[in-house]
Ligand binder design. Structure first.
Ligand code: CUA
Length: 156
């Protein structure tokens, strides 16, 4: 079979690239211990989660100057707490998990859209610059009353 010189070079180039890619990936994984995001992965036992910190006391606590931590439990079919009140400009660090099945946590009108997964703790932060009533909905189908699952965040 005749192969053009350029075809051969291209083949060598392609195979070399693949080898380099695997070498880099292999070095990062096995020699340097680099793993996918999830280094800070935080897991809990969903059966005992409500007995342990911080999910034994879901709710809002102030952690700084107009900065809060909101510990939230999702369950069929609601959230605990189901309502939080904040001053305008509050930065909220959400800490979320589920006690049963997979739920969603979508603050309508914001880019906050998390999954509440049993056994996993999800984190995100959001600063509420606009006053108003923010509706939080579950956007993972979780059962018969899925569409009634909601909470409210009041910012004033
Ligand atoms: Cu919870 Cu849908």
């Amino acid at each position: 079979m005749h192969m053009h010189r350029l075809e051969k070079w291209w083949l060598v180039f392609g195979i070399s690239m693949l080898a380099i890619f695997l070498l880099v990936l292999g070095t990062a994984t096995f020699a340097m211990g680099v793993t996918p995001p999830g280094e800070h992965r935080h897991t809990v036992n969903p059966e005992t989660v409500t007995q342990n910190e911080p999910f034994d006391k879901p709710g809002l606590r102030q952690v700084g100057d107009n900065e809060y931590e909101a510990v939230i439990l999702a369950f069929v079919f609601g959230y605990s707490p189901d309502r939080i009140e904040l001053p305008v400009g509050a930065k909220v660090n959400f800490v979320l998990t589920s006690t049963d099945v997979v739920h969603g946590f979508h603050i309508i009108g914001t880019n906050v859209n998390m999954m509440a997964v049993p056994g996993e703790v999800n984190h995100t932060s959001y600063t509420f610059k606009e006053p108003g009533e923010y509706l939080v909905l579950c956007n993972e189908y979780c059962g018969a009353a899925h569409e009634q699952m909601q909470m409210r965040i009041i910012v004033k």
